[in-house]
Design a protein around this ligand. Sequence first.
Ligand code: BEZ
Length: 260
Amino acid sequence: MDQTDGTSSAQQRWFADRYAANARFVSDLAEPLIEILAPGRDEVILDLGCGDGALTKLLVDAGARAIGVDASIDQIIACRKLGIPSAVMDGHNLAFNEAFNAILTNAALHWMTSPDDVIDGIWNALKPGGRVVGEMGGAGNIASIISALTRALTKRNLQDKVVSPWYFPEEADYRRRLENRGFIVDSMELIPRPTPLPGAITAWLDTFGEQFLFIIPEIDRSAFKEEVAKDLEPDLLDPNGQWVADYVRLRFSATRPEKA
Ligand code: BEZ
């Protein structure tokens, strides 16, 4: 189900309330990125895939002039409620020209399946000398979950009907793409990060796996999710009843040189 052909994840929807309930850990775990970015006072910074603005707000609190973009209108409404200037924008088509000192991006790039278009937009959005700091799902991310979903789909002979909405690159792949565009890669690290979930794996599937759930007739959807959960229990449910997702992050920082 790996693909980088630009097929959009049009069926995945983001509801700010559901995201806050089931995915707050996503921004909480990314706070080290702010330290790496080290936002300077009055620096103009873009949060690419800002979600509900939780991280963007930390940039603002640090004194930066931060704005957010996200493909989800619901998330942008939540972001604006925090008073953060933000706009609905597809990361494949960033509409900025040498506007930012820095770009921060967390848990967003893996939803963008044409990475070279995104990297090109990042390059254009940065001023010469600007930097990008990011974290995304990397190679092996949620491998157990993908396998269990694939098994449940295969049982229904639907395995070819879902195009993966995710791009989880190897270090070498992403480094090559950045360098091909002209970036200096300052750091790049694949980090296994088993991540405790705030609820059951079925809630994770509801929040992040809609692309897989939509093709299951509604009458079978609960059974489908329970089947996936049962399959995952040996790997992801710990003895205390805590679900722990098999996340792997690709964390990187890169600079657009002063002179290309
Ligand atoms: C992630 O943050 O790694 C992720 C979230 C949802 C779906 C897939 C991956």
